[in-house]
Design a protein around this ligand. Structure first.
Ligand SMILES: Cc1cc2nc3c(=O)[nH]c(=O)nc-3n(C[C@H](O)[C@H](O)[C@H](O)COP(=O)(O)OP(=O)(O)OC[C@H]3O[C@@H](n4cnc5c(N)ncnc54)[C@H](O)[C@@H]3O)c2cc1C
Length: 288
């Protein structure tokens, strides 16, 4: 392990001063990505800042303006939070399948987002719920759509001195539900060959899709929204045929590579299958 300075600030102000210091300053939540990356030289750091003691980054609260997830909250905390289990189910689906129980207890949802792996499991779930990212630096704050947060594999739009403070998910409307599924060749401890997060809102009067949001993992340089599939759904009566049409349209958003986990063709087929299944789960969840 290369040597670096280490700090554990207890306030956001103190932390932002540290991130403003010259050199490479990196945040640590669970360390399940960054420790290995530092050890193997895939990332470097002059200072590592453990952000878990900052109260604002530990916020986990459901309010009138939505669900606030502090950037240092663990996958277990988020996945087991009552509002997440009842109302943001794609997020519970995804947070509680990352790695193992031990990994979920250490790893943060914010860490999963900031690591920006195309395969990050919580990301499609968050995108399907139209999450927003609150970013802070010593010179101020900004809020962006999470869909604008990713710049490439392992790359985000965070600038020097900026950290993720929290994610905000708007309160879902009535008659809506979400779902996340991924495919891995074994039961756990593997990276998604493909993953799909879906959100559906139905009009109970006529079973028409009022809103659809679909996001894909592991099939492009960043997590991506499947906009053609969303458009195919919205305004139409939700039938099995419509789900099949949308599932095929979702493949348009995938630009996968072939690697050791699966061929590009296999990944495209997974997108079709997983999109169909997640939409079916959303329908079942809405119908109780
Ligand atoms: C055995 C094992 C199994 C795994 N299985 C899965 C899996 O199934 N699915 C999956 O998606 N991932 C998996 N991972 C990867 C990893 O566990 C997740 O990405 C996890 O959510 C990362 O969270 P963390 O808190 O440990 O991040 P950390 O390692 O602490 O940080 C990750 C990155 O984000 C940056 N960062 C963290 N917080 C902030 C912040 N507030 N502001 C700015 N930057 C920040 C860090 O500097 C670092 O670059 C696995 C890892 C291991 C070791």
């Amino acid at each position: 392990m290369p040597s670096f300075e280490f700090a554990q600030p207890t306030s956001l102000e103190e932390a932002l001063q540290l991130f403003a210091a010259p050199g490479e300053v990196r945040a640590l939540v669970g360390g399940t990505d960054i420790v290995d990356q530092l050890k193997t030289g895939r990332r470097n750091a002059d200072m590592v800042v453990d952000v878990k003691r900052i109260p604002e980054l530990q916020r986990l609260e459901s309010t009138d303006d939505g669900l606030h997830i502090g950037a240092a909250r663990s996958c277990t905390d988020v996945g087991e939070f009552p509002a997440v289990r009842s109302t943001y189910r794609a997020l519970a689906d995804s947070a509680l399948l990352i790695g193992s129980w031990q990994i979920q207890n250490r790893a943060g949802v914010g860490g999963n987002v900031c690591n920006a792996a195309p395969s990050g499991d919580t990301i499609p779930a968050l995108l399907s719920h139209e999450a927003r990212a609150v970013i802070a630096s010593a010179s101020g704050r900004r809020e962006i759509a999470l869909s604008d947060f990713f710049a490439g594999p392992g790359q985000t739009v965070l600038q020097k001195g900026e950290i993720l403070v929290e994610l905000i998910l708007p309160s879902p409307p009535a008659n809506s539900a979400s779902s996340y599924l991924r495919f891995i060749p074994r039961n756990e401890m593997d990276i998604a060959v493909a993953g799909v997060g879906s959100f559906l809102q139905l009009d109970p009067a006529n079973n028409t899709v009022k809103k659809a949001r679909i996001a894909l993992a592991s099939v492009a340089p960043t997590p991506v929204r499947a906009r053609a599939a969303e458009e195919a759904l919205e305004g139409n009566v939700l039938t099995d045929d419509l789900i099949a049409t949308a599932a095929s349209a979702a493949v348009e958003a995938a630009t996968p590579i072939t690697d050791v986990r699966g061929s590009a063709e296999y990944r495209r087929e997974l997108v079709r299958v997983l999109t169909g299944r997640t939409l079916g789960i959303c329908r079942d969840r809405i119908n109780g």
